[in-house]
Design a protein around this ligand. Structure first.
Ligand code: C5P
Length: 400
């Protein structure tokens, strides 16, 4: 971070007091920090403290004649290597997502040609509100890097995600963004499905499978690290959303299919989810034990998402990758699957209980493409994900 110029925009939330420590830590790492306070930000920290710690003038007013003659807001937005918004309040994120420019901070954010990083902090309900989720997803699509908030007790007395991450974590994250090499998947959009689906039997019961979602989440994370804008359509899992990934939660196969259609067009689609092949004709009411006899379940076939994406007449991704979980004859079954579904590649693995893949941390896969079969050595799911993400980057670059 040595010698980097950071324009720090301090939004108006209680976490703003931590920005004072952030200025010190960024400067300790050799960065120059110039600060802008929003009107709200100035309610929590004073321009004098910010100026003393940054040893730079502090900017607060879009219409300041003095600032405008000395610096000018366009220059201020460009004379930095990166613009860091911390804390990014719900209001500031909403204004950024909408492209508003009613004050100095939002004007700079609209006028800058530099990478923008945002560190949100707010009440848990505000963070989880659909409007904020929408704004965050939109900003990520616009290429803005957003650090997910931490979880824990909040100043307002509630508990949950929304806290500003610890200052050293923010500094490391900013440093990593600044040091990032050019990324091979920048500018591409990739859809990943992951996890199991839950198919309801009645309002309280469902059919599911043992997929943990780990491999799909690891892949989404690796693709995002290589610069892709990743939409992760996920069945129910207990996993945190990987950094930089837009996650859409679904329960059933039909919801997953609809969410995938919504995500189109994409450059590549990777179907890692263990989608239930069958759903049950669900009962509207809880099936009663004393209703007489054993209940009979009627099964209906679920849509095949991988086949639908592979065979789409319109918007077919340039690369469609399926996963094949098999318990025997892994390679022949996977080859037959490529032909049947019409996808480009299949990543095949042995999920017989002895292999310990489902729910485990490691995976041994075969990559089956039109040119043959590669057997990869057993590795952590994160390493399999990294290798597959690099292969996808290579294939997309070739087919451009
Ligand atoms: O046919 P099978 O379930 O073995 O195929 C597995 C592959 O197909 C996986 O990539 C899985 O995500 C995908 N699939 C799907 N929709 C289904 C069933 C499977 O996308 N309904």
């Amino acid at each position: 971070m040595h010698g980097k110029r950071i324009l720090l925009i301090i939004g108006g939330g209680i976490a703003a007091y931590k920005s004072l420590d952030l200025i010190r830590r960024l400067r300790e790492r050799g960065a120059t920090v110039r600060c802008v306070l929003t009107e709200g930000g100035a309610q929590f920290v004073t321009p004098l403290s910010v100026s003393a710690l940054s040893e730079q003038p502090v900017y607060t007013d879009l219409f300041s004649l003095k600032d405008e003659t000395e610096m000018g807001h366009i220059r201020l937005s460009r004379e930095a290597d990166v613009v860091l918004v911390c804390p990014a309040t719900a209001d500031l994120l909403a204004r950024m997502a909408a492209g508003l420019a009613g004050d100095l901070a939002s004007t700079l954010l609209l006028a800058t040609d530099k990478p923008v990083l945002a560190v949100p902090a707010m009440n848990v309900r505000m963070w989880q509100h659909p409007a904020t989720r929408r704004n965050v997803a939109r900003l990520r699509e616009d290429g803005i890097a957003i650090l997910d908030p931490a979880e824990g007790p909040m100043a307002c007395g509630e508990f949950g995600p929304g806290r500003l991450p610890e200052v050293p974590d923010i500094v490391n994250w900013v440093a990593a963004r600044l040091e990032e090499a050019p990324r091979p998947l920048s500018g591409t959009k990739i859809l990943v499905t992951a996890g199991p689906t839950h198919e309801p039997i009645d309002p309280v019961r469902y059919i599911a499978n043992r997929s943990s979602g780990k491999q799909g989440y690891a892949l989404a994370e690796a693709l995002a690290r290589l610069g892709a804008s990743v939409t992760l359509v996920s069945g129910p899992t207990h996993l945190p959303t990987p950094p930089g990934v837009t996650r859409v939660n679904v329960e059933t196969a039909r919801e997953m299919a609809a969410a995938c259609q919504q995500a189109l067009p994409v450059d590549a689609a990777v179907c890692v989810a263990a989608v239930a092949d069958w759903r049950v004709e669900a009962s509207d009411q809880k099936i009663k034990k004393d209703a007489g006899g054993t209940p009979q379940l009627t099964f209906l076939e679920n849509p095949d998402i991988l086949a639908t994406l592979s065979q789409a007449a319109e918007n077919r991704p340039r690369l469609v990758v399926g996963f094949a979980a098999e318990t025997e004859n892994v390679i022949p079954h996977a080859q037959a699957k490529i032909a049947r579904k019409g996808c480009d590649w299949i990543v095949a693995n042995d999920v017989s209980p002895a292999a310990g893949v489902m729910g485990g941390e490691r995976n041994a896969v075969h990559l089956i493409t039109s040119t043959g079969v590669e057997t990869w050595p057993e590795a952590a799911k994160a390493d399999v994900a990294q290798k597959l993400a690099e292969r996808i980057a290579h294939a997309l670059a070739e087919s451009r």
